[in-house]
Design a protein. Structure first.
Length: 296
């Protein structure tokens, strides 16, 4: 039986780990908040570990799902760190929405210990994780992906090899940058239409039958903005981080990217104004404030 260590039981990590446990893998979990790990272990029939080293000791596959690549790197060293417990020949799968350069450095360090690494960020949100239908974007060696595939299939429906280490992170960042662009541009357009006397619901009805439609206009705005519910499913702080990574990738590749760079600045502003707990769609509140209007 493949033994799996899962580190990071946040909003999306927890349902992902649940799918791993439900698939029959022998699972050990760790979380910065020990109580959350113990509660999960009791419910899922898994084992809770007190330290990253204890969590990964003896594991065939180690999965991390944290906020940033730097959070992952910070867990590697020290007497309780991942490297203290990791066995040679294990496979390290980082499902963090990370940055390519840090993932490359982590991969180099792990290689010194005989451990293969793939970056495997996911898309599909908490509902996709709960249903086991996430999209998984993988960077790394194809052979490492095939070793990881049985575990990835427990929570992912579409698993795509994007290229070398860091490619999965880059694709995920660009995907989320496009989400950010859609949220902001849809907000600006609907704010202008509202001020012009057009009912936003009518405007969306037209847009969603026309060339301007997107998942943002078809689902996020009707369900969250027009209703004024703004459920907390994906933090604005994390989208700010992701589009910052996308903007950095574009700069490193010397690609002219004025829309990416501007949107990164706008979401940094929204993050600073709305705080750490705001949902990503709540960036629209900043557009409404600037335009002295409300989209409802």
């Amino acid at each position: 039986m493949t033994t799996v260590a899962f580190l990071g039981l946040g909003a999306i990590g927890r349902p992902m780990a649940s799918r791993v446990a439900a698939a029959g893998f022998e699972l050990t979990v760790w979380n910065r908040t020990p109580g959350r790990a113990r509660e999960f272990a009791a419910q899922a029939g898994a084992r809770a570990a007190d330290t990253p080293a204890a969590a990964v000791r003896g594991a065939d596959v180690v999965i991390t799902c944290l906020s940033t690549s730097h959070n992952v790197a910070a867990l590697l060293d020290g007497p309780d760190g991942i490297l203290a417990g990791l066995r040679r020949g294990a496979l390290f799968v980082d499902c963090t929405s990370g940055d390519p350069s840090t993932s490359a450095r982590i991969a180099e360090r792990l290689a010194e210990f005989g451990v293969a690494f793939i970056d495997a960020p996911v898309s599909g949100g908490t509902s996709g994780a709960e249903k086991g239908i996430l999209t998984v974007m993988v960077g790394g060696e194809a052979a490492a992906l095939e070793r990881a595939r049985p575990v990835l299939e427990s929570f992912g429906r579409k698993i795509v090899h994007c290229g070398a280490v860091g490619a999965g992170d880059a694709v995920k960042a660009m995907n989320n940058a496009m989400l950010a662009i859609h949220v902001w541009s849809t907000g600006e357009c609907l704010a202008a239409l509202s001020r012009a006397g057009v009912d936003p619901k009518v405007a969306l009805d037209v847009i969603n039958a026309s060339s301007g439609r997107s998942n943002t206009s078809e689902n996020l705005f009707p369900e969250r903005v027009l209703s004024r519910r703004f459920p907390r499913t994906f933090r604005l702080a994390l989208l700010d981080k992701d589009i910052g990574i996308a903007a950095q990738v574009a700069r490193e590749q010397k690609i002219a990217s004025p829309v990416l760079q501007l949107t990164a600045e706008l979401f940094r502003m929204a993050h600073a104004e709305l705080g750490e707990d705001a949902d990503h769609v709540e960036a629209v509140r900043v557009i409404e404030r600037l335009g002295d209007t409300e989209i409802k």
